[in-house]
Design a protein around this ligand. Structure first.
Ligand SMILES: [Zn+2]
Length: 147
């Protein structure tokens, strides 16, 4: 957890870190299966065979207009409707969530830019869980507007 803002070293380096979404061609970043488990609703309903899904390298499509949220290199994937309610809300509502650890929206950061300092401080203290809570598995700070 402490190093969630460092580049995440995935166990398998065989697959590329980025891959195009098969549905919308958006460049998608690899993501750990732990992150996916946190965001999908009722994982046991969606993981069909008994094969350990973490064997596959999964990717997160960050395109809000794309039906596909997670996909792997073998044609498996998880779509919008398979996400938990709160993940669906934070990903696809009109009010875009920027920080998933502290529930900060794009609008809030526009109105109160100093919120970024708060998040930086918290992140430095290791009080964030971006690698799980952010659907992309990346540090939320990357999504904050540069000032
Ligand atoms: Zn896509």
């Amino acid at each position: 957890m402490k190093n969630c803002c460092a580049s995440n070293d995935l166990k398998s380096q065989k697959s590329p870190r980025k891959l195009q979404c098969p549905n919308c061609d958006n460049m998608s970043q690899s993501v750990s299966f732990d992150t996916i488990l946190f965001h999908i609703d009722s994982p046991w309903l969606h993981i069909k065979d008994n094969k350990n899904p973490s064997d596959n390298n999964y990717y997160f499509c960050g395109n809000r207009d794309c039906e596909l949220v997670y996909f792997d290199t073998e044609g498996n994937g998880f779509n919008k409707k398979q996400m938990s309610k709160s993940t669906q809300e934070s990903l696809f509502n009109d009010v875009k969530t920027i920080c998933f650890c502290y529930h900060i929206t794009e609008k809030q950061i526009k109105d109160k830019p100093e919120l970024k300092d708060f998040v930086i401080e918290q992140t430095k203290s290791g009080h964030c869980a971006c690698n799980i809570k952010n659907p992309s598995g990346l540090c939320c700070l990357k999504s904050f507007p540069k000032n």
